[in-house]
Design a protein around this ligand. Sequence first.
Ligand code: FES
Length: 168
Amino acid sequence: MASGSEDDEGNTTGASWRLIGPASELSKKPCRLMYSPLGRDSDVCLFYVRGQFFAMDARCAHSGGPLCEGDIEEADGVLRVFCPWHDYGYDLRTGKSGTLLEQQVYEVKLVDGDVYVKHASHLSPRLFPAKLARRLWVLPRCSEGKATTWVDDLCTCRPSISLMSLAI
Ligand code: FES
């Protein structure tokens, strides 16, 4: 659903590569819900299946079911996540289902062991508190001055810094 990125004024201009975190950590779970400060319709599921990462809108296109809680199955060489609410299946690569419904998928790349997702906003494994979301909107860097990336609530450039411990 999200299709642009913000400038310093918060205007949407186009998707950018968002550093999510180290693949070594992110590959420990089959799915992580990544929150967007743009709101729940822009949250993303980051799947790790069969050695590959996939990113898709987190809320089912049918009625908003939580796709991160869905089962993942492979049939005829196609990996699908099945919504836990009404069992619609979505291709992890294309977002297509056997119906007219389709999930937005996002490009994922690995660079030097880090996972990036092309998305309109920053993405975090923790819900953005309203004030912090505003700060990150214009200050996409952690207190160490590096690009903001958080895994399990810890800044990956300095794990002693918790997302929730930042003064806001
Ligand atoms: S909400 Fe996902 S299939 Fe209905």
